[in-house]
Design a protein around this ligand. Sequence first.
Ligand code: C2E
Ligand code: MG
Ligand code: MG
Length: 645
Amino acid sequence: MVWNLQYEITALILIGLFFVFYNLQRSLPIKKNIIFSDLLMIQFLCIIADIIASVFSSYPEKYGYWHQELANMVYFLSVFAIYYLFMQYCRYLTGDKLKVLVGKQWWISVPFWFAEVICVTNPLTGFLYKVDETGFTRGRFFYEIHPSVIIFYSGVSLALIFHSRKIIPLKEKVSLIFFVFASTTAAMLQFFVFPHLLLINIGCSFSMAICFLSMQNPEFDKDQKTRIYNRDAMFKYLGEKLVFGKRRYRYVGITFQNYGRLRAIYGSGLMDRFLNRFGIYLRKHVDNILPFYLQSGQFLLVLDSKADKDQITYQIREYLDKGFCFDGQKVNPKPKFIYMSDECDAKDGHEVYDILKFSLKQIEKDESNDLREIDDRFLAELHYSIKVKDALHRAVDEDALIVYYQPIYDSMIGAFSSAEALVRIEDPELGVIPPAAFISLAEEDGTILKLGNQVLRKVCRFISEHDLDAMGLKYIEINLSPIQCMNRNLASEIIEVANEFGIDMSYLNFEITETAKLDIRELNALMDSLIGEGSGFSLDDYGTGFSNLVNVLKLPFDIVKIDKSVVWSYFDGNDIVLPRLISMFAEDEFGIVAEGAETDHMQQTLQEMGCDYIQGFYFSKPIPEVNFVEFIKDRNRLGRHPAFE
Ligand code: C2E
Ligand code: MG
Ligand code: MG
């Protein structure tokens, strides 16, 4: 028989290209990638063996028996291996569901090894094929063995895909299903409809090309800036090694001191060039590690058993100490290292990531640059923060945030004329959680938008249910996070809520903390719209940050709140700037609130210095709504605070 080779030649070119391209790049050392690389290699071998066997079979008199026998044997060995390996590929991709599906795993390989033994013993039995002076003919049990093995492994692959359909991304699912159908259909057509056409390899090669393009391109696992593996690759790698391999590793995390500020000063282009240089260095010059880039200037090094953490950190520090020069600009990022020993026993990549991210954030604030080890204190803080995050999401979703109120004393009239709304979470396990524990978490994941809205609604409801004028209160102060202020619809959302509760906007005063994140023009627009409706604005936490302050003070704030740290420094005798600050703001006609008055002496001195308003534990801590109403009615009825009587 003369075989039609055109499909084989096409498959050879296609797989040849992918084989070379795939092997020229580094791919993440996980089972799925190793199996795919083996699949490409065996597919390549299979096509070559098939072409050679077909040529030999076309000219049997020229090539003789053993040449034909050997070429066919290699072809059959590899064709069975392709379907078997693809099933293994699905197995690792679907999180090894094989155990669930088939109980004990060993027998799943039996048909494959049986078929391989048939191939090797074929010269004696002729079960699969026969070669003689007329060329190749199908053997006695060809139709029992070949289609059955293919259908068996395609069936198992399909069952695995189906069983894991919820965890496999759509793109990957489609490629895998395509593989099963295309490779099986091609085989069945070749067996039963077009015996002279060699369709199996073209079917498998096309399917592999699709798998490559949709999920096997090594670029998917790499970070574009640093050219080392990215965070998702880290999850995959550690997922496999820790979950399935039950391995334990040691890790070194790297972050850079003031990374955000360095990016703001030198620009993202220059910092990306630095990251690229550093990534290449880690990959090429630091031995016994597998480096990953976690974003935001943070790296994770997975250490192998030979790695010495002290030697590695010393080597990296020495490399970075020299500094870098790009286009005449010198940058000198200072690294900070954290070490996580194998005793931490993280269960998967996500846990390693959470522990590391949290610890890196903690050490960014440290003065010391020594290698810090993740200890029980770090882990306890991390576990607390995870619980707080859960409690936060629960409280936000269930409308269960609690608003406390802290009265603000008006020293001009000698009574309480306003209050600050301060959010709390009351958790059955953790008790009352203060905002310092969850506001930054809420800002990180965007929950702050819902949180802010809920606090606003609760304050508006409170105002609508109480006669603020009769209580002697001018307004309630609400904290706005910078993240909320970036929302262009914030003003209209606030007005809408106030209208819904039928309250006058002049009962609301908004506190904003100045940060570099805020765009002054957008903030101005937000303030103008709300001031137009009758609300006022206070600049919160004055004295804790100084960037852009000149511009900030041009904004239409009517009150400046001096942060408690500035007040405390003055009373501790560490800083004498407070009286000058107060007279400066008074001259500019800002109302002044001093926070943090804890003693009678403090509040009296602050009044004498000219503070219009005083807020502090001396008068009251932030208290729940009911207690606050009682407190105000009780104290303001007297017209004066009892401390002055
Ligand atoms: P803040 O806006 O500066 O609020 C004043 C903080 O100082 C409150 O802490 C208050 O309890 C505390 N404080 C006032 N006087 C004294 C004092 O005499 N001694 C001491 N030790 N502390 C005093 P709190 O309630 O823990 O709030 C912390 C921060 O959380 C607030 O600082 C504010 O930035 C933020 N926050 C609170 N509620 C909200 C909210 O609803 N939204 C947003 N975005 N942030 C909020
Ligand atoms: Mg405030
Ligand atoms: Mg404040």
